[in-house]
Ligand binder design. Structure first.
Ligand code: AMP
Length: 214
């Protein structure tokens, strides 16, 4: 199965993508994770992307297109993939369509996870990530813990720079201006499965799988 996951920052795309990836046995391709890795490794790309990401702005389309095309050519994507965080602009969506056409890919599913902005701001402020294994937690889940429940690393929780309140507001603005039009673009010629992003992780996951079956 080929899946494109849409949703505002903080709506739970990454969490759902990880679960779907293990249930459906297809790779989770997160452009945000790829960029964060490049920043951590201080590659040429990472150096270019770091400041842009810290502001909550978008990395230029040509860079993103090169990155995603290279990733989709890896053999693990042959039987499907989950795109999380791509495409984020109409230019990216149109280029992805061209790339799919070149690769003779006709079928892909679009899932949109929807949630209220105030809820998102609250959630992102309370989101912590383990810097060792990448697992995402809410502060409630790790209150008083010194080690990560997933990988046992010590003192590894951090608040992403772009999860700070003023940056979150910019990311939501960027989402409205650049990414909502992508959904409109697809809604002209594709079925979009929309699920409510407020609820338990399991409930939302079931809703996505049910929507994909119909
Ligand atoms: P995410 O983890 O998906 O929220 O992405 C974190 C940041 O990486 C975004 O705020 C952007 O700065 C950058 N980024 C990720 N994916 C893209 C993309 N498809 N186009 C442009 N910038 C991106």
């Amino acid at each position: 199965m080929r899946l494109i996951l849409f949703g505002a920052p903080g709506v739970g795309k990454g969490t759902q993508a990880k679960i779907l990836s293990s249930k459906l046995n297809i790779p989770h391709i997160s452009t945000g994770d790829m960029l964060r890795q490049a920043v951590a490794d201080q590659t040429e790309l990472g150096k270019k992307a770091e400041e842009i990401m810290n502001r909550g702005d978008l990395v230029p389309d040509d860079i993103m297109l090169g990155l995603i095309k290279e990733r989709l050519q890896k053999p693990d994507s042959d039987n499907g993939f989950i795109l999380d965080g791509f495409p984020r602009t109409e230019v990216q969506a149109k280029s992805l369509d061209l790339h799919f056409a070149e690769m003779n890919i006709k079928d892909f599913n679009i899932v949109n996870i929807d949630a209220d902005e105030n809820e998102i701001i609250k959630r992102l402020n309370r989101r912590r990530v383990c810097k060792e294994c990448g697992k995402i937690f809410s502060l409630d889940e790790i209150e008083g813990l010194k080690t990560c429940p997933n990988c046992n690393s010590e003192n590894s929780f951090y608040l992403r720079d772009d999860d700070k309140e003023d940056v979150i507001k910019n990311r939501l603005e960027v989402f409205r201006a650049n990414t909502v039009p992508v959904l409109n673009y697809y809604s002209n010629n594709r079925k979009i499965v929309t699920v409510n992003g407020i609820g338990s992780i399991e409930e939302i996951n079931e809703e996505i799988l049910k929507g994909l079956q119909n």
